[in-house]
Design a protein around this ligand. Structure first.
Ligand code: COA
Length: 147
């Protein structure tokens, strides 16, 4: 089931984030974000277990993806696609016009997913992921939801 998350889910999403990215953000960090109205998240939850989630920030009619991940054992089963599809429906209802995100240019799995959902590559940020990943450049991608 995909549902919106609240600050009550902070511990669960911090754990998923840590397992997906190695150096995860703390539970407190997620609680601080999720208590603010501008931060919205959706998670795939199965029997109270968060399997993956997305967190975005909305400013006026634009949204930016803050983080997005699915636990390794549940990848390539369509969960990531379902979470983003739910997110885009929600954002279109809120009359959000554009969603921006950044992806490491070596993250082909994520980029393929974003492009299949209609995201376009709009620019590149050099050395964005300094020392964190092999591929250091970030692609900036944009999905136009409304004209
Ligand atoms: C990116 C991520 C969230 C995708 O989640 P997922 O649940 O595996 O994605 P899905 O199963 O919905 O796959 C959707 C698409 O991704 C691509 N994809 C999935 N698995 C893939 C693989 N093993 N190889 C290449 N492409 C793949 C395909 O285009 C797939 O399309 P399809 O549904 O038509 O097959 C997940 O891989 C992840 O958590 N990665 C680590 C964290 C990360 O990189 N986050 C994104 C930061 S920008």
């Amino acid at each position: 089931m995909i549902r919106q998350i609240s600050e009550k889910d902070s511990g669960a999403v911090a754990e998923v984030h840590g397992r997906c990215f190695g150096s995860g953000w703390s539970e407190r960090c997620f609680r601080d974000l999720l208590t603010q109205d501008v931060y919205i998240g959706f998670a795939d939850v199965d029997n109270d277990t968060v399997r993956g989630f997305v967190l975005i920030q909305i400013v006026l009619d634009e949204a930016e993806m803050i983080t997005f991940c699915v636990l390794p054992e549940f990848r390539s089963c369509g969960l990531g696609r379902s979470i983003l599809t739910e997110l885009t429906v929600y954002l279109a209802h809120r009359r959000v016009k554009k969603i921006f995100l950044e992806a490491s240019e070596g993250n082909l799995r994520a980029i393929r997913l974003y492009e299949s959902l209609g995201f376009e590559r709009i620019s590149r940020r050099s050395d964005y992921y300094r020392a964190e990943q092999k591929s250091k450049d970030a692609l900036v991608m944009l999905l136009r939801l409304l004209p």
